[in-house]
Design a protein around this ligand. Structure first.
Ligand code: FAD
Length: 277
């Protein structure tokens, strides 16, 4: 059986971005994904654009999963968003705490994602399939790996159905994490989030913020390529395809790709993995 795959987009800011995303979706739809998800800016800054992208995806006949983040949001704002999604027949959410732009202090009703998950369950019962975030290499703000794992369990116990991980390039981090979760009685599927390598500077910036480790040997080789994008992408394609192969061979329930609204590299990875249905 082919593994279930899903793709994550960010909501485009311009008309040109909307057109580009439509084309990306058309290409990725050929891989028969389970769903397309759309990110949500801190404090609801992309609320309308996330909604627009989600409804467009749904109108094309695909399952659309909006991300929803609690930081800086009030209960009333979240409830109104949930009602709107319910009225459009949306059944899946990716539920997060979110991050504040640096210097901002949260004024919202939700400090942790687990509180938002509990609130959604309390207000909407089992209407939504709830996906939450997981961190095989530990969330950067966590006091310790053990504390992070404990908080992850609280979030799962609050009502999550599945988790999608932060990206990583070390398959062992994922397998260790899954083993630890199972030992704690966490039984939901934990789907690895996969970040294809598009551009080194951008990847290094994201990784600094989210705590995802780029192994030293890989970082050095990517740095060496500098502006030589074709060598960089060829290495990235090899590395990420290998990672996906290991993850699937080791029992990962599927793959969730961070697309950055691009389809080319993912299509290449999918061809190598023979994911086309
Ligand atoms: P939480 O699960 O709340 O965890 C955040 C931190 O708080 C962790 O260090 C945890 O250990 C700690 N913690 C949790 N509970 C407690 C407690 N009771 N006491 C003390 N500490 C606690 N961000 C966006 O803004 N928009 C998006 O659309 C978005 N999509 C994402 C999709 C995926 C698949 C992933 C992996 C991340 C995404 N993010 C997004 C980033 C995410 O918002 C950040 O990583 C954020 O810093 C944490 O969110 P969380 O939901 O994991 O938070």
């Amino acid at each position: 059986m082919k593994p279930e795959i899903s793709f994550e987009f960010f909501p485009p800011k311009t008309d040109e971005g909307v057109l580009k995303l439509r084309e990306t979706r058309k290409q990725l739809a050929l891989l028969n994904p389970k769903f397309f998800s759309v990110t949500f800016g801190a404090g609801g800054s992309t609320r309308d654009r996330t909604m627009d992208a989600v409804l467009e995806i749904q109108a094309e006949g695909f399952e659309a999963a909006p991300h929803i983040s609690g930081i800086s949001s009030s209960k009333e704002e979240i409830l109104s968003l949930l009602k709107t999604y319910q009225s459009h027949g949306i059944r899946r959410l990716v539920v997060l705490r979110g991050d504040l732009p640096s210097g901002e202090v949260s004024s919202g009703d939700f400090v942790y994602a687990s509180q938002l998950v509990a609130f959604i369950r309390e207000q909407t019962g089992d209407w939504f399939q709830i996906e939450v975030a997981a961190y095989p290499e530990t969330h950067p703000e966590a006091r310790s790996a053990a504390a992070d794992l404990k908080h992850f369990k609280t979030k799962v116990d609050a009502g999550a159905n599945a988790a999608i991980t932060q990206y990583f390039y070390n398959a062992d981090a994922y397998f260790q994490f899954v083993d630890q979760c199972q030992a704690m009685g966490i039984q939901i599927p934990i789907v690895p989030g996969v970040m294809p390598i598009y551009n080194y500077t951008q990847l290094a910036r994201f990784s600094n913020v989210c705590g995802a480790e780029i192994p030293r040997w890989l970082r050095l080789r990517l740095e060496d390529y500098g502006d030589d994008m074709s060598s960089l992408r060829a290495l990235g394609l090899d590395v990420v395809t290998d990672l996906c192969e290991k993850l699937l061979a080791g029992g990962a329930p599927g793959l969730h790709f961070y697309t950055l609204n691009q389809s080319g590299i993912i299509t290449n990875i999918a061809e190598r993995l023979n994911l086309k249905k």
